[in-house]
Design a protein around this ligand. Structure first.
Ligand code: MTE
Ligand code: MO
Length: 353
């Protein structure tokens, strides 16, 4: 099948295909397919057919195969949400870490439509001893670290799986999900980093133990510094974070003019309450104006602030977001071996003349 390749995305790896979005394209509230970043651990699977079925099995009263067509007739929900890779901004860690060197663009936002997973689990029944729900995709490949061929599979704690916003999605921005983003069915877990939202869903299995797949126990774990007293723990909720989209980093701008500094901010916990901007390396923080704050439960918030550079010279512009859970972007991100969750204060440099 021929797929269109968008020349404006930045390729971090060709096979599997990993591409990020230049941040100036992240301005619409619903990002179209051609500007949607791609993160794949394996080659693309064989595309699903319309006769496609989703099997729900394991510790259930009865296993059920749900047909793609039947799913579309069940009561659905629509959610506009940020999908961000846990490795977004990895290239900014110091010291550097291994893995795709994402800059700021492994993030997107769009509207997903699907059936709450709890609707399907009400049909199958859930055994009382269930602890986790495992989601397996159609894509498989050899992991050289464990020398095994495995599918991409992830689990959720039962409580998160039952949350009404955890969806089995079949539409993106009002159309069937683009193949590279999970057609025909994709799990959608708002508020969690992207690895939780399993594409090309094949099976759902309820288990009474903790899932030990490599994408759960080797990858997507915060391994802090060797010397640190912090213990390794799994990657889940999106950190509070932001980007400065205008001006772009290392721009040369006019001194004797009013500039609009703008960007987006997002979080996996509550919503964005505040964005502060500094033009003097953190001595003074000014409040940015937030727009579209309502309607953004899982979406990003746009912010802007006006600025007239006081003199000719070089400036560092910094932005830090605060969420309704009271979390704020830290001065220094928590360094971890695999480079997840980078959310230090956002920073660009400009020169005025
Ligand atoms: N699902 C499958 N089946 N295979 C994958 O490799 N990658 C995950 C997640 N779901 C992945 C997957 C990761 S790490 C991210 S960040 C998102 O999908 C990326 O979604 P996208 O490619 O639609 O942007
Ligand atoms: Mo990811």
């Amino acid at each position: 099948m021929p797929y269109r390749v968008n020349p404006y995305l930045i390729t971090r790896s060709l096979h599997p295909e990993n591409q990020e979005t230049p941040i100036h394209f992240l301005r619409q509230p619903a990002i179209p397919e051609e500007y949607f970043f791609k993160r794949n651990h394996f080659f693309y699977p064989v595309p699903g057919q319309n006769s496609y079925q989703l099997q729900v099995k394991g510790k259930v009263t009865k296993s059920v195969n749900f047909h793609y067509d039947e799913l579309q007739r069940m009561p659905s929900r629509k959610l506009k949400m940020v999908l961000e890779c846990a490795g977004n901004k990895r290239s900014k860690f110091k010291p550097k870490v291994y893995g795709e060197q994402w800059e700021d663009g492994a993030i997107s936002q769009g509207e997903w439509q699907g059936i709450p997973l709890n609707t399907l689990l009400a049909v199958t029944g859930v055994d009382p001893d269930v602890r986790e729900v495992v989601f397996e995709g159609y894509d498989t490949g050899r992991r050289t670290d464990i020398n095994e061929v495995v599918p991409f599979a992830r689990s959720l704690p039962l409580q998160k799986a039952l949350h009404p916003d955890t969806l089995i999605a079949y539409k993106y921005n009002g159309k069937p999900i683009p193949f590279k983003h999970g057609f025909p069915l994709r799990l959608i877990v708002p508020g969690w980093y992207g690895m939780a939202s399993v594409k090309w869903l094949k099976t759902i299995t309820l288990i009474d133990e903790t899932f030990k797949g490599p994408f759960q126990t080797i990858d997507y774990v915060y391994y802090p510094d060797e010397n640190s007293s912090l213990k390794a723990y799994p990657v889940s909720i999106i950190n509070v974070n932001s980007i400065i989209q205008q001006p772009l980093d290392r721009s040369v701008i006019e001194q004797d003019a009013e500039h609009i500094i703008e960007g987006i901010a997002w979080t996996g916990k509550g919503d964005i309450k505040q964005v502060q901007v500094s033009f003097d390396k953190g001595k003074v923080w000014r409040e940015a104006i937030l727009t579209n704050t309502s309607s953004t439960a899982y979406g990003w918030t746009k912010w802007h602030i006006n600025w007239k550079p006081p003199e000719i010279g070089e400036y560092t512009i910094q932005a830090r977001a605060v969420d309704s859970a009271g979390r704020r972007q830290p001065e220094k991100a928590l360094w971890n071996k695999k480079g997840y969750g980078f959310n230090a204060v956002s920073e660009i440099n400009v020169k005025t003349e």
